[in-house]
Design a protein around this ligand. Sequence first.
Ligand code: UDP
Ligand code: MG
Length: 310
Amino acid sequence: MSDKFLSLIVPVFNEQEVMQVSFERMDAVMREIGYPYEIIYVNDGSRDDTMRQLRQIAKENKQVRVRSFSRNFGHQLAVTAGMDIARGDALIIIDADLQDPPEVIPELVKAWESGADIAYGKRAKREGETFMKKFTAFCYYRLLSSMSAYPIPLDTGDFRLIDRKVADTFLKMREHNRFLRGMSAWMGYESVPVEYVRHERYAGKTKYTLKKMLKLAMDGITGFSNRPLSIVGTLGTVFSMISGLGLVALIVLCCCAVKFPAWLWAVDGLVLLDGIIMLCMGIQGAYMNRMYDELKGRPLYIVGEELNVD
Ligand code: UDP
Ligand code: MG
């Protein structure tokens, strides 16, 4: 059993109230699983007592490794920094605040042992969160999923286990505005949901401010859907076609000496002009989409398995 190694990655930002309990619960669960393991904390520029506590924990526990950012870079980059140094055959990403119960980790590991490349926590229920947070999350996940060209699982956060080969693919994707669960969906691989109840935060307040949440929401949509850019082009096409037909109709009416209000010319002309402008913007958008795809520098393809290929 010990030929495999697990890495637990925990991003932390001003979590002084939860650090000790969180470490003890996570460490106990990891020990119970039976594989050798490491716990990687990434301190995302905390300004409270978090780093002092981490120093103490790392001093007393050799399985704990710590990376500390010079300032707050955000949760998604903190997780990435953990992945960058993880040595495990499987990496598990979990929040420090115990909202994702560490006791679910053995189930993720079981799914991995049964062959899953990605085992992701799916929130069957969210406890202790405001109606507004639940409602916006519900709407956002559905909007994102309808816009994305790749199926992004609903009601799923970053709490997940990923196999080494998935982690290696992550390491190749160095885009700055990261949306890890979208990147994970984009990669494909054998993904298995593990349902769990998301608890209330153990202590402290959410570190995801509205601003951070909106940025993450935008990163999700802009990183995984080109639709916002192509919508303008589609609208332009529709407007141009309708007003083009309108123009033909007006000319025919004119030729047949049928009387109609003169302002119809102006309205039709305006819509036509707007349509043409939007169409031009759509064409620019198509080029921007392509530039954006190149800039992201993602791998062209990901090979899951090869047979008799050297
Ligand atoms: N976090 C982080 N950097 C940030 C914000 C949050 O590393 O800028 C960490 C935080 O310490 C926690 C995890 O990311 O371990 C999830 O944050 P939080 O629980 O505040 O988000 P919520 O669960 O309320 O969405
Ligand atoms: Mg939380």
